[in-house]
Design a protein around this ligand. Structure first.
Ligand code: PLP
Ligand code: COI
Length: 342
């Protein structure tokens, strides 16, 4: 397979159209046959439900080239499941989970030339998205939808790759208690853009959101879950009492990597922000973020510093990251069912 002539190491996290996308329409109460398309545009009615009432959800996963040159995806069945959950919450017809995984296979295989080579530090980002194409004028669910998957080669999500970032505690909220924070709906990200720009203007890479009801507990950032390491070397994973944290597939995987492969103690529980001072490492985890180390969290005039203020990732986050990326690249044996060969 001849790869595209791209400087893979220079890629950032941005959109580059590839050869094919996958598209499937839902109408008359059923999903169509679906298939690959070279058309990367969408034509919509001005009255389409997505444009007015934001009936939309999406997913994010990656394809990797392993050491032996084969192409794999990481746990796409969990993305299929989460997208079905998101769809249900937004009264959209779930795309069948087996068809989701098959569509990922088809679109990644068709774009094999765009999957960055082993060791390049880049990956192929796979972005399934579903939205209401049917017309609505009163507030109600549409009767037509489109499911698409686009792919694009990407580099690190945060500038500087694995250098520790500084984030700030946002004065805005991400998710209402028992709202839509636990699904991957575009609407959660639309309302995060203003606080994101504000944080950027002040020199921060991301916002850390606290629980909106009490502003006491750590929830997550705009695009990743949060992990801590405490003074005893335990992995501390914030839980939400109000179901407003996105169930990150990376985080759930890291919890089993830490427990079952690295023999670490893992504590999943609500974490008060005022405890964070006592933790020694912090990282953001997600498909795009992988594990990105957090060096500092700023809250008003208070600053929490991790890993002794060092300019590099701490030892526990490094071990977790190396194991996870090793599993994805085929250099570390994967737990059963985690790796899907394309
Ligand atoms: N939290 C938010 C708000 C996200 O957008 C993402 C990205 O998908 C994550 C967490 C990480 O989830 P995952 O590990 O499934 O990519
Ligand atoms: C992902 O990690 O796949 C996401 O969707 C997060 C997004 C902020 C890029």
């Amino acid at each position: 397979m001849e790869k595209k002539d791209i400087d893979w190491g220079e890629l950032t996290f941005s959109y580059q159209p590839c050869d094919y996308s996958y598209v499937c329409d839902y109408e008359n109460g059923a999903w169509g046959e679906g298939g690959l398309t070279a058309d990367h545009t969408v034509t919509l009615s001005e009255c389409a439900g997505i444009l007015h009432y934001c009936q939309e959800c999406f997913e994010g996963l990656k394809a990797y080239t392993t050491e032996d040159g084969s192409i794999v995806c990481f746990r796409p069945d969990l993305n299929a499941r989460r997208m079905a959950d998101s769809a249900e919450r937004l009264v959209m017809p779930p795309f069948p989970e087996d068809r989701f995984v098959d569509a990922v296979r088809q679109v990644v295989a068709a774009n094999a030339a765009w999957v960055p080579p082993f060791g390049s530090g880049a990956t192929l980002y796979v972005r399934p998205v579903m939205f209401a194409t049917g017309e609505v004028i009163g507030v109600r669910p549409a009767d037509r939808y489109q499911f698409r998957i686009l792919v694009t080669p990407v580099g690190p999500y945060f500038k500087g790759g694995v250098k520790p970032i500084t984030i700030c505690v946002s004065e805005y909220d991400r998710a209402a208690p028992h709202g839509t924070g636990n699904i991957k709906a575009g609407l959660n990200y639309a309302m995060s853009l203003y606080p994101y720009e504000k944080a950027h203007e002040r020199g921060f890479s991301e916002n850390l959101y606290l629980d909106s009801a009490t502003r006491t507990y750590v929830e997550e950032t705009g695009g990743a879950n949060v992990l801590f390491v405490d003074g005893e070397g335990r992995l501390v994973v914030p839980q939400s009492a109000t179901d407003s944290i996105l169930p990150s597939i990376t985080r759930r995987s890291l919890v089993s990597v830490a427990r079952d492969m690295l023999g670490m103690e893992v504590v999943e529980r609500p974490v008060r922000f005022d405890e964070v001072d006592g933790f020694v490492e912090c990282g953001l985890c997600g498909t795009a973020a992988v594990i990105s180390p957090v060096g500092r969290i700023v809250a008003g005039d208070h600053e929490v510093v991790f890993n002794g203020g060092a300019d590099e990732m701490g030892p526990v986050m490094t071990r977790l990251r190396d194991t996870l990326t090793g599993i994805q690249a085929g250099t570390v044996e994967a737990p059963e069912g985690w790796i899907v060969r394309i």
